[in-house]
Design a protein around this ligand. Sequence first.
Ligand SMILES: *[C@@H]1O[C@H](CO)[C@@H](O)[C@H](O)[C@H]1NC(C)=O
Ligand SMILES: *[C@@H]1O[C@H](CO)[C@@H](O)[C@H](O)[C@H]1NC(C)=O
Ligand SMILES: *[C@@H]1O[C@H](CO)[C@@H](O)[C@H](O)[C@H]1NC(C)=O
Ligand SMILES: *[C@@H]1O[C@H](CO)[C@@H](O)[C@H](O)[C@H]1NC(C)=O
Length: 460
Amino acid sequence: MAFLRPCLLSFIIINAFVIRTCFASSCQDLLKSISPASNEQWIDSDSSECTKTKCRLDYVDCLGANGWPAPYGDRQGAPKTEEMVLVFSDEFSSKWRDFGPGKDARWQALDLMYVNNDAAIFRRSAVSVRGGNAVITASKTETEGPYSAPWGDQLATAKYTSGMLQGWNKFCFTGGYLEARIKLPGDDQHGGFWPAVFTLGNLGRAGYMRSTEGVWPFSYDICDDNALHKQDWTDHNGQRINQCNSTQGRGAPEIDLLEVGVWESSKPELSTSFQVAPVLPPGLHWLDNTGGVYYPTYADPTLYSGPNGWAGINSYMQNATMFRPRPGSRLADAMSATHKLNASHFTDFYVYGLDWAPKKYIRWYINDRLIYELNALALKGGTNSANQTVGDRLIPVDPQYININLAMSNSFAPIHPDIPLPSSMLIDYVRVYQARNEINVGCDTAEFPSQVGFFTPGWL
Ligand SMILES: *[C@@H]1O[C@H](CO)[C@@H](O)[C@H](O)[C@H]1NC(C)=O
Ligand SMILES: *[C@@H]1O[C@H](CO)[C@@H](O)[C@H](O)[C@H]1NC(C)=O
Ligand SMILES: *[C@@H]1O[C@H](CO)[C@@H](O)[C@H](O)[C@H]1NC(C)=O
Ligand SMILES: *[C@@H]1O[C@H](CO)[C@@H](O)[C@H](O)[C@H]1NC(C)=O
């Protein structure tokens, strides 16, 4: 049985009549009772944790006694916790999985050179399910694979082989809490692995450059020059589906739940980011919007968190002494935070989570502890002294799918000569919970259609 069973099927044979019965898990029953129209088959029948209680919306503290410091002190009032229900899960308990094209309901393991000049090509053979975990293994195996360039398909070779699980056009969700229990590959001393878990709007298929042109990572619903044309400070040629020529500006913004690098200077660091376009004009910085970002563990030496200091191409001198690094590129603002990790994250499992409320906020967690909030205030547009202007970007509204990969690259934390190989990233589970009155799953919804071919060339 190669296909992931949507529920436990058993065949009872009585006098040549075959009766197929389906034993739904309790989590499936719960979802069905709350939302009869929803598809409970995204829930793995091995799941038993059917609910998750999170602080949501106008809460004061998931932070214990600390509360919110200035300038967040206006968020007084009782914490608003909310019980969310499981709408998607993969417990990776059954080893009978085939992640080949079209074989698995939830994932495809890609055979692809993801980004040109990556050191590892993703191969399906690098992904397996063993011992209750999905296992993505990077190895020193020279390999050849396709590269989906903007100008056409190419063949690429690389020194290393690794893997990627991609949920494009399979399971999508709009808002909710995504968590993955993961043991990181390698150790806390040697750079070169670039494990990542991220979501992307279903209009763009990650790694397929012709599908992402004009949609990655737009999250914009305003008809203006930024939507229509390339600007002096950008490299994108306008938003393919925008408020000028459609009823709703669309795109494939990216939420990075986890990207880990072991850096020579700072050792292991997790970065959590939201990548969005159109990008702010030079001279404007999303950190300047008071109240838009929050780092609850800023002063905690075991889990230090703070703004990502990586200088992107739109970084600038604010004045003679103050340099404002702005992570990102001429295609994307990466509104990013970094967090200290340690040796334990490479030897033990930790739960990495994000809570996404469309148009409102994204919050990132480690083991249920809030580490970073980014909200709509940080996405405010603005006009610089040269009268270059961008309007408000949106905390994503488009349905998102999930990607999990283990890249190797010198363009992130450089590859150490003694990097331990082979090494595996272990994923114990992936789960998505949504508020009871906000159940919203599906890649191709009435409000946000995205069936293959919709406004886009073929991209398989
Ligand atoms: C909508 O506008 C964008 C940006 O100018 C353009 O790339 C796209 O082709 C337009 N779509 C239609 C259907 O006109
Ligand atoms: C430069 O800008 C920073 C941040 O706004 C400010 O703290 C600093 O005093 C400024 N320096 C000068 C020389 O204006
Ligand atoms: C690593 O940090 C976590 C908190 O994030 C802590 O619980 C753990 O004890 C630390 N491990 C080591 C080896 O310092
Ligand atoms: C700034 O740009 C806007 C729109 O592009 C234009 O309407 C306005 O006249 C410009 N203002 C100045 C002072 O150049």
